[in-house]
Ligand binder design. Sequence first.
Ligand code: PBG
Length: 326
Amino acid sequence: MYPQTRLRRLRSSSVLRDMVRETRLEVSDLIAPLFVVPGQGVAREISSMPGQFNLSVDTATEKAVTFFEKGIRSVLLFAIPEFKDDIGSSAWHPKGIIPQAIQSIKKAVPEMMVVTDLCFCEYTSHGHCGVMHDGKLCNDETLPNLLKQALVHAEAGADMIAPSGMLDGTIGFLRHGLDENNFAHVPLMSYAAKFASSFYGPFRDAVQSAPEYGDRKTYQMDPANIREALREVELDVQEGADIVMVKPALAFLDVIKAVKDTFQMPTAAYNVSGEYAMVKAAAKLGWLDEKRVMLESLTSIKRAGADIIITYFAEAFAELRKRGEA
Ligand code: PBG
């Protein structure tokens, strides 16, 4: 009780503040997304995500090398394919963009953990996450296609697969299929509680995956629901997920905490494109201190319970850490 207890005493110097800091962000917590596109020598900045690029396999590989030199040891790959059709068949082409990128990155930096996003929205002409009939996403018809895509990724050498489509039964179906095909060692990081969020806007520009009609509300979750999020995670844990993810991160810190407290699973959070774009835009206008807002956001995501953070700020944070400024 005051005046004997004065919590300000331990805030009086940076040495003390460093000693009593409860949450420490590490570069090893982070996964950096990469957007791979057809072509050669391509490095096209994504207008709504300053500092993030559409890269061809060669430039994406160079980027992965740079990441690794800065201490980033994991990337998450997304693709814009050569062609799109109504079922997204280019997603399981063995020589598609993602298999090429996996092989090229693993060759250049064998220690880099290459994770692949597993979904159909980038590959379908309509931009929905699987097979459509009468304007509806068909769950059970999409699962075998997801497995075909997962096997192509695994065969190309993906170290981990991250299904992001929010279809029922995905994790069990993939786990079984991967195990049967000698890929029992490939972990699944499930986008277990993925919300139908407006924060994905810039990403959909980046990979041209905005749905042509309708929205994703029949498969992604209502942002109002936390109990349902826990049911989603519970099912994925039962079906064999190795890591469970909450997405987006900052507006869903309570969900991250509830997931971690309830399941004690390795937990990931996706600090998504809109969260990145907001900080970049405000910083450009001089309204926010980009570096400090970034550090505060990432630290808060970790404090909420995330072990792993997927973030477009990975490289910026790694650079600050390297320079001893964070
Ligand atoms: C689906 C997918 C999306 C993101 C990651 N995987 C978009 C969506 O569901 O529409 C969003 C990532 C971000 O906004 O940074 N393949």
